[in-house]
Design a binder for this molecule. Sequence first.
Ligand SMILES: Cc1cc2nc3c(=O)[nH]c(=O)nc-3n(C[C@H](O)[C@H](O)[C@H](O)COP(=O)(O)OP(=O)(O)OC[C@H]3O[C@@H](n4cnc5c(N)ncnc54)[C@H](O)[C@@H]3O)c2cc1C
Length: 393
Amino acid sequence: MEFTLTKEQKALKEKARIFAINEILPVARKYDESEEFPLDVIKKAHELGLLNLSIPKKYGGPDLGILDACLVVEEISSACPGIATSIFDNNLGAEPIILGGNEEQKQRILSQLIKDYKLIAFATSEPTMGSDVAGMKCRAEKDGEDYLLNGTKFWVTNGGFADYIIIFATIDPQLKHKGICAFIVPTDSEGVKLGKQIPKLGQRASNTVAVVLKNVRVKKENVLAKPGRGFVLAMQTFAHTRPAIGAFAIGCARSAMEYSIDYAKKREAFGRTLNNYQAIQFKIAEMYKDIEAARLLTYKAAWEADQGLDNNLSSSIAKAFASDVAMKVTMEAIQIFGGYGYLRTYPVEKLFRDAKLYQIYEGTSEIQRIIISRFAMKRYEHAMPSLFKRDRK
Ligand SMILES: Cc1cc2nc3c(=O)[nH]c(=O)nc-3n(C[C@H](O)[C@H](O)[C@H](O)COP(=O)(O)OP(=O)(O)OC[C@H]3O[C@@H](n4cnc5c(N)ncnc54)[C@H](O)[C@@H]3O)c2cc1C
C-alpha cells in the first residue's frame, strides 16, 4: 500500500493550486454575485491543459487518471466550487464518449474538445425525474437509421454554453432501463432550444439550464448507445465521475477549515483569541479528521477506477461521505465565525451554499446510501459465522 504522491502528481497539484490562487480566487465572489458564466476562466484552464483531464493522448488530451484528476479538482474547487463545476463539466460530458464511443466518434468529438476548445454537457435528468434515471420520458424514435428526439432535459450544467450535449432518451418509457439510449447532440441542431440560466442557492458561477428537444434529428454517427446500453453507460460514467465529486467537496471543505483556523487565531473573545478555546480547537480537529477521511475514500475510489476495477461501491461511499463532510465543515465554519460567518463579508457563507449541491447532483446522498446498503445487505461476505448458525458453548 502506497500513500505518497509521485513527483508528477505533486507537480500537477501545484500547477492547479497556482492557477486556483491566481485566476479563480480573485474572481470567485464576483461570479457568485453576478451569476455569470466564467468563460474567461474556463478558457484559461483550457490553455493550461486543466480542462478535459481524462481525454486520452491519442485524441490530444492529457490522459490523466481519475486519481490525478481528483488532485486537480480539489485545488480548483478550494478556490471556487461553482467555477470548478463549470470547468470539470467537460469531464462529465466527455466520459460517456471515452467509455462507450466508437473510434470515429472519439476521433471526431474528443479531439475537437481539445483542439477547438468545445464545451460538452451531460443530460440524464428531466423536470419530473432525476434520481430515477430509468424513469426518463424524453423520447427517441427510430427514423430509418436516424433517431428523432422529443422531450425536455433539466438541470443541464453548462448547457447554455455547450457545443454538444450527451442526451439520454428512451425508445419507450415502459421499458425503463432497457429502453434508454444515448446520443451526441450538437446544440446548434435544428429543434434544440437552450433555456435561460436557472437561479440557484449556490455554485452560482455554474450555468444550469433546461434543454427542450423538438423533433431533433440525430444521425447514425451520433448514436452513442443503443436501447438498453444507455442506462449502463450512464451508470459507468457516474462510477468514473463520482470520485471527482468527492474531490470537489474536499476542496470546498478544506477552504472552510483553513478560513476557520485563520479567523480563530485573530478573533478575540473574553480577552483571548478563539483558538485558545477547546470548543473551537475540537471543531477544527473534527474538520481536519473528516476531510482526511473523505480524501482517503476519494483516492481509493479513484485508484480502483484507474486499476480498471469495479468502483461503483467505493465511488458511492466517497461521494456520500465527502459531500456530508463538506456540509458539516462549512456549517461549523460559519459557527466559528459567529455573526460574521453569516455575512457576505467572509467567504464561508458562500462555501456553505456551494457545498449543498454535492449532496444532490450526480446521485443524491440517499441514492448513494441505497447503493451502499444494497451491497452491505446482499453482496457483502460476512467475516464471522452467521449469528444464527453459530455453535454456542
Ligand atoms: C445545480 C444542479 C446541476 C445539475 N446538473 C446536472 C447535469 O448536468 N446533468 C443532469 O443530468 N442532471 C443534473 N442535475 C440533476 C441532479 O442530478 C438531480 O437533481 C438529482 O439526481 C436528484 O434528482 P431530483 O432533483 O429529480 O430529485 P428527486 O429524484 O425527485 O428526489 C427528491 C428527494 O427524494 C429522494 N429520493 C428519491 N428517490 C428515493 C428513494 N428511492 N429512496 C430514498 N430517497 C429517495 C432524493 O434523494 C431527494 O432527496 C443537476 C442538479 C442541480 C441542482
